[in-house]
Design a protein around this ligand. Structure first.
Ligand SMILES: Nc1ncnc2c1ncn2[C@@H]1O[C@H](COP(=O)(O)OP(=O)(O)OP(=O)(O)O)[C@@H](O)[C@H]1O
Ligand SMILES: [Mg+2]
Length: 515
């Protein structure tokens, strides 16, 4: 490579004596899409925050576009130099329009005074058209999907004359078709000579999209190279220092039909909520799950998977249908009541609904705080609590300094592990996990699966919702597929494969009925 655009050398960052990064190196060329990879807690987000001016490094050097950057630059100073960061928690203002957000603070004005709304909308439209985004500049951001909001952030970066756009797990919350349009836009940016740093745990994206890659392990640089000259195995070795195998659950060994039915759902239906632009209707959904069984629910985004989970958990209302739990009628009034009946949900949007980020890991996982949610009380000895936290820390490889640490100070993936552990510690009768390994690194995925198997072997009925078909196939004893709010099929784990699932997930129910 000739002179790179960005050169990071021996960057280190400590948080009160704990080194999040100790020896990070990174070189990114102009017009290059660079994958930044590593396990949960490897230090990726920490490096990105140092680049963005959000959190200065403790030592080491950042050289960008011909100059060494001052460690105490503010985010605005970095932005003016052309470094734009798109975090997973977006920074858009929901009640303002797309165009207003794109030009916030830099609006074209008439006579330098009055904001020229027409010019703002016109300029925004030019960029939205260029990116082939079908979004009107006058739409309020609150009405957009997560994927569209992300596109608006990218459009905003273009109005800022970005030279380097940093994306921290941009595809984590997107469906496959949304990921495709994200990739298309990222390639457009590259075509303009913009460089991209792209963080992801979905390793196949590296091969679809990226030119070069760099891997960190435990805050240290472990390798980099051309994507064309590597393979998944090598990248995983650089990430975790060992080979990773995925165990598929042996569905032939598990005869759940003999076990009692733990939960059954009959005729669950609901209308599309009028006030929610992304709401989904459910139409006559019926299925059951046995004690000790892992039931997978597969479907495209928008098929209604999360909606079923939320109805079961008492978080959403439904128009008709009934549930039975261990043979008795179960009518969830609200999530508290659902928990009290032994139904636990690990939600899809964990930042919003899951962990109490300001509390310690101990307070999130402790039996006393959990039992106060419930009417069945535990006798809690501190010893038992320590043992429980230690067990989950080990089983899920939660990277923490100690259980007193605040959850917000953990890396994204480790926060998710705490939420998983919290729900498992409730010892529920039914455990519903929605996208259980989203944001979790490739090395820990199989550990999460193992913990789900352990729950099932203790008799818990486990329902797994996942967009990751290999994951659904690896964990499920039985799989049901959902399309447009209808159940479209059921397969035993043994007979399922990606192709059959995809076909069943794509069945268009309304067209079938019309025919
Ligand atoms: N504000 C903070 N205070 C203390 N420790 C922190 C803070 N922010 C991050 N850390 C620690 O720094 C380490 C690296 O975290 P970082 O968020 O950079 O990881 P990551 O590679 O982005 O992981 P993930 O893939 O899970 O997002 C973690 O062990 C984390 O606990
Ligand atoms: Mg991160």
């Amino acid at each position: 490579m000739s002179q790179p655009l960005l050169k990071v050398t021996q960057l280190a960052k400590s948080f009160s004596g704990v080194w999040a990064l100790s020896d990070a190196n990174l070189r990114v060329g102009a017009g290059e899409i660079h994958a930044l990879l590593g396990e949960n807690g490897a230090g990726k987000s920490t490096l990105l925050k140092a680049l963005a001016g959000a959190q200065p490094q403790t030592h080491g050097e950042i050289w960008f576009n011909g100059e060494t950057l001052k460690p105490d630059d503010s985010p605005v100073e970095r932005q003016n130099k052309g470094i734009i960061t798109i975090y997973q928690e977006f920074n858009l203002l929901p009640n303002m329009t797309v165009a207003e957000n794109m030009f916030l603070g830099r609006e074209p004005r008439r006579h330098n005074l009055i904001v020229d709304a027409k010019a703002v909308n016109n300029e925004a439209q030019v960029i939205l058209d260029y990116l082939q985004l079908n979004i009107a500049p006058t739409t309020a951001v609150a009405r957009l999907s997560v994927a569209q909001q992300q596109m608006v952030e990218i459009a905003r970066a273009l109005t800022l004359n970005a030279r380097l756009i940093i994306m921290d797990e941009p595809s984590a919350a997107l469906s496959d078709s949304e990921v495709e349009s994200l990739h298309r836009v990222v390639r457009e940016l590259k075509g303009r000579g913009v460089s991209i740093i792209y963080v992801t745990h979905r390793l196949h994206e590296v091969f679809q999209l990226c030119d070069r890659f760099t891997v960190f392990q435990d805050g240290r640089y472990t390798g980099s190279g051309d994507v064309a000259g590597t393979n998944v195995e090598e990248i995983i070795r650089l990430m975790v220092g060992r080979n990773v195998v995925f165990n598929r659950r042996d569905a032939s060994l598990t005869h759940h039909q003999d076990k009692p039915i733990r939960l059954s759902i009959k005729g669950l239906s609901r209308e599309k909520p009028p006030l929610d632009p992304h709401g989904i209707a459910l139409k006559d959904v019926s299925f059951h799950v046995h004690a000790g069984e892992v039931l997978g629910i597969a479907g495209l985004v928008g098929a209604g998977r999360t909606e079923i989970a939320r109805c079961l958990f008492g978080a959403d209302k439904f128009t008709s249908g009934s549930f039975e739990l261990d043979g008795k009628p179960y009518q969830p009034r609200d999530p508290m009541h659902a928990l009290d009946q032994g139904i636990a949900l690990v939600p899809e949007d964990r930042k919003k609904e899951g962990a109490v980020l300001g509390l310690s890991i101990r307070d999130n996982m402790s039996l006393s705080s959990l039992s106060s949610l419930l009417t069945w009380r535990y006798f809690v000895s501190p010893h038992k609590e320590d043992a429980l936290i230690a067990a989950y820390r080990q089983a899920l490889q939660i990277k923490m300094v100690n259980p007193e640490q605040e959850v917000r100070k953990l890396s994204g993936g480790n926060q998710q592990k705490v939420i998983l552990a919290r729900c498992m510690a409730l010892n529920p009768r039914v455990l519903i996990v929605d996208e259980p390994t989203r944001g979790i690194d490739v090395g820990t995925k199989s550990e999460v699966h193992q913990v789900l198997f352990d729950m099932a072997s203790q008799g818990v009925a486990v329902i797994v919702i996942s967009s990751d078909l290999p994951e659904i196939l690896a964990v499920s004893d039985r799989i049901i597929t959902l399309s447009e709010g209808h159940i479209t099929g059921e397969l035993h784990g043994d007979e399922a494969n990606e192709e059959r699932l995809m076909t069943m997930m794509a069945i268009n129910h309304s067209a079938l009925n019309a025919a």
